[in-house]
Design a protein around this ligand. Sequence first.
Ligand code: SF4
Ligand code: SF4
Length: 175
Amino acid sequence: MSTSDEARRALEAVYARVEARAADISSSHDWWPCRRGCDHCCRHLAAPLPLTQLEWSYLEEGLQQLSAEVLEELRARVDAMAGQEARPYTCPLLDRETGACRVYAHRPLACRSYGFAAARDGGLFCHFILDLVGRHGDADIVWANQDALEDAVARLGGPTRPLPEWFVEKVPRKP
Ligand code: SF4
Ligand code: SF4
């Protein structure tokens, strides 16, 4: 197996761990708010999504499954983001009509762990979840460790760049 195959499998293993933790948390708490169509997090990015090179390669496979028309729509959104001074950002990969992610199966760590992980200082990220945890308590929740996950993905190699930079450089324009 090549080094890149090993890195790819290691990345999938990290993603699988996050998915398992997220499924465990949400399935055991009937008040858990994350669901398809809840797109507040995708519409309120403090900064463009950061992706390692390996994560970009993975996400690119999801982009390759989209039609040329949708890809051009995403490109227009990426271009608009570059000139946007106001914050927050809406992710260019969000289907704004359905509130679903266009590349859900290939989304990066930041999107998989958001809401289900705590920072080393115990900080949570989604204010909906923070509010519900305030009401229900989180003593029985085993949060994923956001910093450890980011370290694990970063160790797999390659530079980390914002999504728009990867997109502009790697997704060919229509001739
Ligand atoms: S993390 Fe928050 S905003 Fe995002 S899907 Fe979950 S509840 Fe909704
Ligand atoms: S990649 Fe998908 S899940 Fe992540 S912020 Fe964008 S639309 Fe949301």
